[in-house]
Design a binder for this molecule. Sequence first.
Ligand SMILES: NC(=O)c1ccc[n+]([C@@H]2O[C@H](COP(=O)([O-])OP(=O)(O)OC[C@H]3O[C@@H](n4cnc5c(N)ncnc54)[C@H](O)[C@@H]3O)[C@@H](O)[C@H]2O)c1
Ligand SMILES: [Fe+2]
Length: 381
Amino acid sequence: MRSFTFHPGPMLLCGGDKLQDLVNALPDGPCLLVSDAGVLRLGLLDRCRDALNGAGREVALFDAVEADPSRKTLLTTVELGRSVGAASVVGFGGGSPMDVAKLAAYLLGSGDDLDSIWGVGLARGSRLPLALVPTTAGTGSEATPISVITCDRGVKLAVNAWALLADVALLDSDLTVGLPRHVTAATGVDAIVHAVEAYTSARLKNPLSDAFARDALRLLAGNLVAACDEPDNLDARSAMLLGAHLAGIAFANAPVAGVHALAYPLGGVHHLPHGLSNALMLRPVLEHNAEAARALYAELAPIVDPGCEGAGSQGRVRALIDGLERLCVESGLRLRLRDHGITADDLPRLARDAMLGERMLINNPCAITEADALRLYEAAW
Ligand SMILES: NC(=O)c1ccc[n+]([C@@H]2O[C@H](COP(=O)([O-])OP(=O)(O)OC[C@H]3O[C@@H](n4cnc5c(N)ncnc54)[C@H](O)[C@@H]3O)[C@@H](O)[C@H]2O)c1
Ligand SMILES: [Fe+2]
C-alpha cells in the first residue's frame, strides 16, 4: 500500500443549535473572541457572546481584524489575550479573523516568538483551546492548520503546523445568508480552488484528500450560482459552507499550489480579496498545468460539467477550465486584472513576489518560473 498521512479536521459541529456544545468544549476562564467590525455590525456575534457569558466566561472581544490581517493586528490581539489572561480563543468570521485567532491561540499558549515559526512544521508548542466559527463559505480556515498574515512590503507569510488546528469548528449556514453577492462569489471560488489544487497537489495528494476534494467540488460547483442568485437559499448556503469545510480538510493534507501562489501578491500588495485573486489567476494557471495535470483535471471535469463524460482527456480538461470560468462569470466576478486597478507596469513585481510562494509552488503539477508567472499575469491582465 502507498504510504501517506492524513489528518482529519477538528471536531465538527453542524447547525446553529450546536452553539452551546461549542461553548461547553471550552475551559473555564476568560475567552478571547476574535472577529471583525463587519461581522460585529451585522449582529452575528451576539448569540455566541451571550452563550459564552451565560456559561460564565468573561469575553474579551477583539473586533478589529482587517482583510488580509497584518502582523500588527495579530500582535495587538495577542496583547489583549495576555492582558485578560485568556484561557481560550474563539475565532468568528471569515478567514481573516479565524487566521488571527489561530495564531494568537498558539502564541498565547506556547510563548513562542512569531519570527521563529513562519513556514511548515516549526510551531511545535501547544496552543490555548481554540474554537472557530466561519461566516464566509470560502477559506476553510476552520479546518486547516494554516494561518496567513500580511507582513512587511505586503508579503503574506504563513504558519503551517498541526498545533494550529482548532479543537472544534461550528458550521451554521444561517450566519452566511447576509453575505453580499461579491463576497459569496469570491469566497466560494476560493473554496473551489482549494478543492482543485488539493486534488492535483504534487507531493501530498492521497486517497482521502482526493475524496474530500471531489465531494467539496461537487457541493461548491453545484451551489455557487444558486447561493449568489438566491441569498436566502439555505440549502445552497449549507452546501457551500460544508463544501468549503471539506475543501479545507482536503488542502490541509494536500496543499494548494500555483493558483494560490500567484493570487497572494494580488492580496498582499494590491489588497484584492483573496477569493477574487484566485478567480483572476484560475484560468491562466490551469491552462499552464493542462498537460502535466491532464489525467487529474479529466477526472474532475464531469463534476463541474457532466456533459463532458464522453469526451477524451483533452476535451475534458477544456470542459473543466471553461466550466470553472463560467461559474466565476455567472457568480458576477470580473475576471481581468485590469478591471481591478492593476496596471501592466505592476506585472513584473507581481511575478517576482509570486516566487516567494515557494511553499505553494512546490505543490504545483509542473514548474512555474518567474518568466512563466509574468506570462500568466499578462494572460490574466
Ligand atoms: N488559513 C487558511 O487555511 C486560509 C485559506 C485561505 C485563505 N486564507 C486567508 O483568509 C483571508 C480571507 O478570508 P475571507 O475570504 O473569508 O474574507 P475575510 O475574512 O477577509 O472577510 C471579508 C469581508 O467579509 C465580511 N463578512 C464576513 N462574514 C460575513 C457575513 N456573514 N455577512 C456579511 N459580511 C461578512 C467581513 O466583515 C469582511 O469585510 C485571507 O487573509 C487569506 O489569506 C486562509
Ligand atoms: Fe485560499
